[in-house]
Design a protein around this ligand. Structure first.
Ligand code: SF4
Ligand SMILES: [Zn+2]
Ligand SMILES: [Zn+2]
Length: 300
């Protein structure tokens, strides 16, 4: 076996041993935060957690990196969509983790906030599109309520590649303009800015980091994930990466080159209103989330 390229120890990934890999990973995340100016002085940071490997790792690492910064507050927020055997298990793990790490955790549920549970409504609907819109809405609403200045997500390089291609295939370039390590195109006090410290980390790297740190005892996947459009795109990109290594990195690098142009283009075309029902920023009179809730409640 070939030894670690830095210290000659036993390698765990890409010719790096455990400690050299952890150092490489943490250094790259620090660099991402610095280069894209993701965190500023006096930020109140809320980490959107699912109890999965990505968000648990990002929460852990931000606490570690900024442990000496007295001006920053780092807390966690989670959404319970009502997915039995999945979200309840993940939330149990997350609660324990936050207790151990002494992190404040806020949990909000679709049931309490929207009178809806995902398991009960998916029969003839696409679960991920409903879940995604409602979760984003609730996270933004609650982040504002908690006076957060940044909402951190555990999105990694693979997630971003998938989003870019999904938008491309659906001819939805405007949505891509909102992507990037710092999301958004329009500045509005109704939006809490989302940041992605794992933007340049491969999914595989985050999985190894989580495993080495012991955050991956429970491999628990959402039952609806398999039937999503994203899952098909993910498989396609993974096949491509295997055949043509470097595809994922090239996708992100070229996207970052055109992103400033996209942001500028769609900033001028922005038509920002506020939802008449809930007050959230949106492009029409009623936001997508309220439309979905009204439709679902009419059916019940
Ligand atoms: S996989 Fe789909 S349904 Fe499951 S948590 Fe994610 S967005 Fe929601
Ligand atoms: Zn080493
Ligand atoms: Zn609304």
């Amino acid at each position: 076996m070939v030894n670690c390229k830095r210290c000659k120890d036993k390698p765990v990934y890409n010719r790096l041993c455990k400690s050299c890999f952890l150092r490489y990973f943490e250094k790259k995340v620090r660099k991402t935060i610095r280069e894209f100016k993701l965190i500023e002085k006096n930020d109140k940071i809320l980490v959107a957690c699912s109890g999965g490997k990505d968000s648990t790792s990002v929460l852990y690492l931000l606490k570690k990196i900024f442990s000496k910064r007295k001006d920053l507050v780092i807390e966690a927020i989670a959404i319970d969509e009502g997915i039995k055997e999945y979200r309840d298990k993940n939330l149990k793990f997350l609660k324990k983790f936050c207790e151990k790490e002494d992190i404040n955790l806020y949990i909000y549920s679709f049931k309490k906030e929207f009178k809806i549970e995902l398991d009960a409504i998916i029969k003839d609907e696409k679960p991920c599109s409903i879940c995604g819109v409602l979760r984003r809405k609730l996270l933004n609403q609650m982040a504002k309520k908690l006076n957060a200045t940044k909402l951190v997500t555990g999105h990694n390089l693979d997630d971003e590649c998938q989003s870019i291609l999904m938008n491309q295939f659906r001819r939805d370039v405007k949505t891509s303009a909102r992507l990037g390590p710092k999301t958004g195109i329009l500045v509005d006090k109704g939006f809490v800015q989302r940041i992605k410290p794992f933007y340049l980390m491969l999914e595989k790297e985050v999985a190894i980091y989580a495993f080495l740190k012991g955050f991956m005892q429970q491999l628990n996947e959402c039952p609806y994930e398999k039937v999503s459009y994203r899952a098909d795109i993910r498989d396609m990109i993974n096949n491509f990466e295997q055949k043509y290594p470097g595809t994922k990195n090239s996708t992100i690098t070229s996207f970052l080159e055109i992103l400033p142009v996209l942001k500028k283009e769609y900033k001028n075309k922005g038509n920002l209103k506020h939802c008449k029902e809930c007050g959230e920023p949106c492009s029409q009179d009623i936001c997508q989330g309220c439309k979905i809730i009204q439709k679902l409640l009419r059916k019940t």
